[in-house]
Design a binder for this molecule. Structure first.
Ligand SMILES: Cc1ncc(COP(=O)(O)O)c(C=O)c1O
Length: 294
């Protein structure tokens, strides 16, 4: 998807296993002008990658994925990470491209606290980098962080940043991190389709249209903030109006999704709208097409 859009430097922030290894080889072959760097965090997967890349006569840089507290993927900074990095240097078809550390567990609301936590992560990653360099291993980049630690790591000249959510931003991060003044760039448009009483209305945005995670309200109705979300099902979202009559059937709801990533992937396309509110384009959402033919 990125290569098709002309990107030339792509981190695949994911472990490649099973059929994704041969698909990665096909990707490298199809786009020789682009550099793709996947993650590794264990020797067997690395060996499979090396074997297939070498057999195809291509070579790729790989990043060692570090577990810096998220406890989801990665290897702890330490002797096993050094051994894995050395193995990359030794094997054919792969070369060491640096370190990757995603610190999505850091969620301090206060920026000073977040900076402290992010600095702790940076220190452990840069210490590992120094150990690798002292063993004459090249560590060309540290790829770190998501949106919450974006302002923290952006202060460090040797970090390549890897946020995603901030490109469109969402209600979850806007609520949690008031220091980050990213613009709301995507809204869902819905309408009241029914009223079950004077103080209750139902909108046509169910969890087929907005991400069903995390728990709680799935979005902020930006033009009806006095309403309380009550329940949601596949195609319906019920709101309660305590102090006023509920909006009438047909009224518009503009909803800022709580979780923008999975919400975007629920839609075939998005309308691009300019400052005056005019629709100026229809953008296909390629990521929704789960079958990428490579
Ligand atoms: C590995 C990795 N890198 C970067 C990101 C982007 O983080 P954020 O959504 O906080 O911008 C994510 C998000 O899930 C991720 O999993």
């Amino acid at each position: 998807m990125l290569a098709q859009s002309g990107a030339r430097d792509v981190v695949i922030a994911y472990q490649l296993v099973g059929p994704n290894v041969s698909r990665f080889v096909a990707l490298c072959t199809a786009y020789p002008e682009a550099t793709f760097r996947p993650l590794v965090d264990e020797p067997k997967a690395l060996a499979a990658l090396s074997e297939q890349l070498e057999a195809a006569g291509v070579s790729a840089e790989v990043l060692v994925d570090l577990d810096v507290g998220m406890k989801r993927t990665g290897i702890a900074p330490g002797p096993a990470a050094i051994a894995l990095y050395e193995e990359i240097q030794r094997l054919p078809g792969v070369t060491p491209g640096g370190l990757h550390a995603y610190d999505g567990h850091i969620r301090d609301k206060d920026l000073a606290d977040r900076n402290r936590a992010a600095d702790g992560v940076y220190d452990s990653v840069s210490e590992l980098r120094d150990q690798l360099v002292s063993r004459r291993l090249p560590v060309q980049r540290l790829v770190m962080g998501g949106t919450p630690t974006f302002p923290c790591h952006a202060r460090k000249p040797d970090v390549e940043l890897s946020p995603g959510t901030c490109f469109l931003h969402d209600w979850s991060y806007e609520r949690m991190f008031p220091d980050m003044r990213f613009q709301r760039a995507a809204l869902l448009l819905g309408r009241v389709i029914s009223r079950t009483g004077e103080h209750s209305c139902t909108v046509d945005i169910g969890h087929k249209a907005v991400a069903a995670d995390p728990e709680g309200a799935r979005g902020l109705a930006v033009n009806h903030q006095g309403l309380t979300p009550v329940k949601q099902s596949e195609e319906h979202w019920v709101f309660r109006a305590d102090d006023e009559p509920a909006p009438a059937v047909g009224e518009l709801f503009y909803v800022l999704p709580t979780h923008i990533g999975p919400t975007v992937a629920l839609h075939e396309f998005a309308y691009a709208i300019d400052r005056d509110g005019t629709i100026v384009g229809e953008w296909p959402i390629t990521a929704r097409r789960r079958r990428i033919r490579i």
